[in-house]
Design a protein around this ligand. Structure first.
Ligand SMILES: CC(C)(COP(=O)(O)OP(=O)(O)OC[C@H]1O[C@@H](n2cnc3c(N)ncnc32)[C@H](O)[C@@H]1OP(=O)(O)O)[C@@H](O)C(=O)NCCC(=O)NCCS
Length: 212
């Protein structure tokens, strides 16, 4: 499934992304709250990350999407929805990673909104959750901006590795809450002129070729 937002095109990750993914994970700042700054070896991306994403896509229509600049097609990073293996409810985990040069432009928030919409509208999930190191303020802020709420705090001894001293946090958004806070139900009641303006706002998006 391909998703488009105002500024990004999200398509399923593929073998052609290996170099870009290795470069992305080679930036210690990008990996700071993921691995303590350590890069991901190319063999791991080829032998585990990509096959896992493909298996997810086939089994659940979830997986990893490569984020490309919508106009120029430049690689910007990736977004993922993962289906937990042992789960009693339909739920997916949201995650994201962007190249440092595009941080702070609202891109993560924009694309995460699109994936939330897809998860609730197309996949019929009941809960979307996301977790990160408590010290990862940028990631937490994205979760807050897309309407997620803090649902768990895990204190852990691995803080020595990350130097954060504050453990891990989990945020969630439930289908009911999403439904009452998105504009979709509003549109039916909103004068046409108003909803037309909303559709052109950054962050609005459209679903693309469902067979891709
Ligand atoms: C997390 C990440 C995807 C955010 O991407 P982004 O496109 O910069 O995010 P956005 O611009 O949509 O939003 C970031 C928000 O965090 C805020 N922020 C960033 N760093 C901050 C800091 N140190 N203190 C306070 N706020 C901060 C920004 O101001 C912005 O909030 P605002 O819109 O209210 O001003 C990006 O930083 C990244 O890829 N980090 C490395 C990988 C990672 O940590 N992934 C998450 C692991 S679970």
């Amino acid at each position: 499934m391909i998703l488009e937002t105002a500024r990004l095109r999200l398509r399923p990750v593929s073998g052609s992304d290996v170099d870009a993914l290795v470069r992305l994970d080679g930036d210690p700042e990008v990996m700071r709250y993921v691995s303590g700054g350590a890069p991901t070896p190319q063999e791991v991306i080829e032998g585990w990350v990509l096959p896992r994403a493909e298996a997810e896509r086939r089994a659940h229509r979830t997986g990893m999407w490569t984020a490309l600049d919508r106009d120029a097609g430049h690689f910007r990073g990736w977004f993922a929805l993962r289906t937990p293996r042992h789960s009693y409810h339909p739920e997916v985990e949201l995650s994201y990673r962007l190249a440092r040069e595009v941080w702070g432009r609202g891109l993560a928030t924009e694309a995460a909104h699109a994936l939330l919409d897809m998860a609730f509208r197309e996949l019929g999930t009941e809960r979307v959750f996301a977790s990160t190191m408590a010290a990862n303020i940028a990631s937490r802020r994205v979760m807050e901006k897309i309407g997620m709420r803090l649902s768990a705090i895990h204190l852990c001894d691995e803080d020595i590795l990350f130097g954060s001293g504050s453990g891990e946090v989990e945020y969630e958004l439930l289908h009911n809450h999403w439904e009452t806070t998105t504009m979709s139900w509003c549109h039916a009641r909103t004068p046409i002129g108003r909803s037309q303006r909303l559709v052109t706002e950054p962050g609005r998006h459209a679903f693309g070729d469902l067979t891709a």
